[in-house]
Design a protein around this ligand. Structure first.
Ligand SMILES: NC(=O)c1ccc[n+]([C@@H]2O[C@H](COP(=O)([O-])OP(=O)(O)OC[C@H]3O[C@@H](n4cnc5c(N)ncnc54)[C@H](O)[C@@H]3O)[C@@H](O)[C@H]2O)c1
Length: 439
């Protein structure tokens, strides 16, 4: 029998801290408030509705995830955040036009009380926005210290004993890791010298980790995917995860590509395009921010299909991804995929996908699950990169020397086996010979 890992109970209040109180964050906050009041169900959330099979298929044991491991209750979470616009979560949710105004009216009181703290923001890193609700200081170090102070003040005012931070702010321009990101000493020197290669998102991540708060990144920015902050997470014993929520088109892609590979069907090309009209779409219309997203979206096929191992099937495929800012659609993104595949003897075939989705409706439960699992990881004493949460990300963070695992089904097995492991249950291999009299 395996031994159960000791996990501290999920007692007391949990602060859910959100840099960026736009469409995703307010759909998350409003959703949790609606679910608490019995106005809606947590559809799409693994922590709320998911089950994990335990033992043999004949045992009939499939507890809810939250019965298997201690997940914080939705009644115990308190939301805080930062934004460069001063609107409350109520006003921002109305502006985002994701949820019906009639539902938001019912939640006006709790949503109006969530007011963003002034942001750490730089228009050099997000070119399409400018706002007034922004912190001013002499150096990036001072700005980081101000964020730490915000975290402490919020936790005290709300009576929270634990917290998790999730970046839900706009996608920053593309950055390559450089020397200042190489280790913690260089990074903190760079903070004092206000090095331009340190983006605002990195300051939030640094502040959270310094305060012992797990940090995850819902956008594709480099942020905490640098040795300096990985080192800080490990040394402070805090979980770290990212990056970029896996929601619409990439969720479909990482579902279909493993099927092609499982059946040894070839790929000649994959053309993906999207129209999107929310503020995220407007920010992604800037080439610098789009480049960050493009890199995140493009890498998945190479890693799933492994062209060097299967040159006849995947040696020469074309992969194109575009996003068009098209205001009439607001948050209701529409994505098209034209997939050129080949079968037996190289005969060509085509798959067309037309996903008419709602960006923030897909992202909100993912954001909730990431935060609740990060809190679980912290209470279980797990530190540094949480690769078992790859399931939720387009560009999963991973240990040096490994390639990222993008296949949704491998990611799901990893997630479920980690939960079984935490609960002291046997891992499931799906071998199943014992049902046929073999040992
Ligand atoms: N919705 C999805 O399906 C999805 C999927 C993957 C990634 N994402 C990413 O999640 C993020 C949020 O998406 P959204 O639709 O809510 O975008 P949004 O534009 O509605 O909200 C982002 C908010 O962040 C604020 N912001 C920007 N820089 C900030 C800073 N430095 N500090 C504090 N606030 C800041 C903006 O003012 C805005 O209110 C984006 O980066 C997006 O690319 C979303």
């Amino acid at each position: 029998m395996k031994t159960k890992r000791s996990i501290e109970p999920a007692s007391g209040r949990l602060a859910l801290l959100l840099p960026g109180m736009g469409a995703v964050a307010t759909t998350l906050i409003a959703g949790v408030e609606a679910i608490r009041r019995g106005l809606a169900k947590p559809i799409g959330s693994v922590t709320q509705l998911g089950r994990v099979r335990l033992g043999k298929r004949t045992e009939g044991r499939s507890p809810l995830v939250r019965e298997l491991v201690p997940i914080a209750a939705l009644e115990d979470v308190r939301f805080g955040g930062w934004d460069l616009f001063p609107e409350s979560a109520f006003e921002s949710a109305l502006h985002a036009k994701v949820l019906e105004p009639s539902l938001l009216e019912k939640l006006k009181e709790p949503l109006s009380s969530v007011k963003p703290m002034p942001a750490v923001f730089s228009s050099a890193h997000v070119k399409r926005l400018s706002g007034t609700h922004v912190k001013q200081a002499r150096s990036k170090l001072e700005l980081g210290e101000m964020l730490r102070e915000d975290i402490r003040r919020f936790m005290k005012a709300e009576g929270c004993s634990r917290g998790v931070m999730l970046w839900c702010a706009s996608t920053e321009v593309y950055l390559e890791p450089s020397a200042v990101h190489g280790d913690l000493a260089s990074f903190e020197k760079g903070l004092a010298e206000s090095d331009p290669a340190i983006a605002p998102s990195m300051l939030y991540a640094w502040a959270a980790l310094k305060e012992g708060i797990p940090f995850a990144n819902g956008a594709p920015n480099l942020t905490a995917d640098i040795p300096a902050l990985e080192q800080l997470a490990r040394s402070t014993g805090v979980p770290l995860a990212g990056k970029d929520f896996k929601t619409g088109q990439t969720l479909m892609k990482t579902t279909i590509a493993p099927m092609l590979k499982a059946r040894m069907l070839g790929l000649e090309g994959w053309f993906s395009t999207n129209i999107l009209g929310n503020r995220d779409g407007e920010v992604l219309d800037d080439p610098g921010s789009f480049k960050t997203k493009e890199v995140s979206k493009l890498s998945v096929l190479e890693h799933i299909l492994q062209p060097p191992l299967y040159p006849d099937l995947y040696g020469h495929f074309d992969h194109k991804v575009t996003i068009h800012y098209y205001p009439p659609r607001a948050d209701n993104k529409e994505g098209w995929d034209a997939i050129d595949i080949m079968g037996w003897l190289g005969y060509p075939m085509q798959i067309k996908v037309n996903f008419q989705c709602r960006d923030s409706i897909l992202a909100a439960p993912v954001a909730l699950d990431i935060m609740l699992f990060m809190d679980l990881a912290a209470r279980a004493g797990m530190r540094g990169i949480q690769e078992w949460l790859s399931f939720f990300f387009k560009s999963p963070m991973h240990a040096e020397g490994l390639y990222p695992e993008h296949d949704l089904f491998i990611q799901q097995s990893k997630l479920k086996n980690t939960l079984r492991h935490l609960a002291g249950e046997e891992l499931i291999t799906h071998l199943g010979l014992e049902y046929y009299g073999e040992s």
